[in-house]
Design a protein around this ligand. Structure first.
Ligand code: CP3
Length: 344
């Protein structure tokens, strides 16, 4: 019997559907009661990510509940820094914290094989999820982009204006570039391991691309991502890659053209009509409903979903949010959004 088609994967390969495939960033997580119940079983968040049975279950929960077209591996972009010895902690209410790296040598304490081996529970999760997913669901592996992970490494936390790392880029350019190079190489192998374990597609989160000057965007976001993708391809990975430079604004256009990504994620602030003018015809995009629309719900949510679908109907489009699902999101609004997205 023929396998049912993977719509999300086909969209990344250029196919256009009348009703776009859908998944949502942070679809697994705190808005789901079944996640909170599961989460209570692990001591801390890193243990949770490193438990293939818990992480597999967390990956599958939103698929069971919403029948999303895409499943995102349950893990975190900071695992790589923890493996590098930066002692990542998730402090309740304060976001992630870690021991700041003062120079590139701080990210280069262990041989590559050892780092990759430390993260092996993640590849185990990918292969377990793969065997349990419906055949029409696309499995997405991911990693943080070199710049975003470097920001966490330098600042020791997220959510800042990144001034320490931006200034370091100007004042100690060689050391910052060396950090990015270490992250490029490690991340390339990490993504390759996920691809080998069965990921159908890969995504690169550049969550701190926002607010960079044009020259910095080229140097810190576009160039390292280009190197990363080149390395991933050299390692033999053929899966499509979605790049998500959140807050890149107009620099999304050179990002899409120069990095080698297959598709780009659109953050909430990007005007969808501008996207059509700025990106080449046929270039796949993913996005970009405001996650807060899912809290408010109602006809306004439905109308905005229809507007986004309509504006992007002539190019391959994966429906998603412009950022992650928030913990306060009512399940019934996610169900309703998925119904509207799937309307023809
Ligand atoms: O459905 C999914 O998307 C699950 C997989 C996933 C998580 N984090 C799980 C998670 C993915 C793809 C990420 C990526 C990630 N992690 C990013 C990039 C996306 C973005 O948000 O820009 C970033 C910046 C991180 C770093 C990180 N991890 C932050 C800022 C936080 C929030 C801290 C907090 O206290 O809210 C995390 C923790 C985290 N990662 C949670 C989840 C479900 C919440 C942890 C919990 O259960 O308490």
């Amino acid at each position: 019997m023929a396998q049912p088609e993977k719509k999300l994967l086909n969209t990344l390969n250029g196919k256009i559907y009348e009703a776009p495939p859908v998944w949502m960033m942070r679809q697994a997580g705190r808005h789901l009661p079944e996640y909170l119940e599961l989460r209570a079983r692990a001591k801390d968040f890193l243990d949770f990510c490193y438990s293939p049975s818990l992480a597999t279950e967390a990956t599958l929960q939103p698929i069971r509940r919403y029948n999303m077209d895409g499943a995102i591996l349950f893990a975190d972009i900071l695992l790589i820094l923890d493996a590098m010895g930066r002692n990542v902690r998730f402090v309740k209410g304060e976001g992630p914290q870690l021991d700041p790296a003062s120079n590139a040598a701080d990210l280069d304490k262990f041989p590559l094989e050892k780092l990759l081996d430390r993260m092996s529970p993640v590849y185990e999760t990918v292969s377990r999820v793969k065997t349990q997913l419906p055949p029409e669901t696309t499995l997405i592996g991911f990693a943080g982009a070199p710049w975003t992970v470097a920001v966490y490494a330098v600042e020791g936390k997220g959510g800042t204006d990144k001034s320490v790392s931006r200034l370091k880029a100007y004042q100690e350019p060689e050391d910052l570039d060396a950090m990015l190079d270490i992250l490029v190489e490690t991340t390339a192998h990490y993504l390759k391991a996920q691809a080998d374990a069965g990921a159908d597609a890969l995504m690169i989160f550049d969550s701190w691309a926002e607010g960079l000057a044009e020259d910095s965007m080229l140097r810190l976001v576009i160039k390292p991502t280009q190197k990363l993708i080149q390395r991933v391809r050299e390692l033999g990975v053929t899966q499509p890659i979605i790049g998500f430079p959140r807050g890149s604004g107009a620099m999304l256009a050179p990002y899409a053209k120069e990095t080698g990504v297959t598709a780009v994620g659109l953050d909430t602030a990007l005007p969808v009509k501008w996207v059509n003018e700025a990106l080449p015809t046929g270039f796949p995009v993913q996005g970009n409903l405001d996650p807060l629309r899912l809290i408010a719900g109602g006809d306004e949510m439905d109308n905005r979903i229809r507007e986004i679908k309509s504006a992007l109907k002539d190019r391959p489009h994966i429906f998603n949010l412009g950022h992650g699902v928030t913990p306060q999101t009512p399940i019934k609004n996610v169900e309703r959004a998925v119904r509207v997205i799937r309307e023809i």
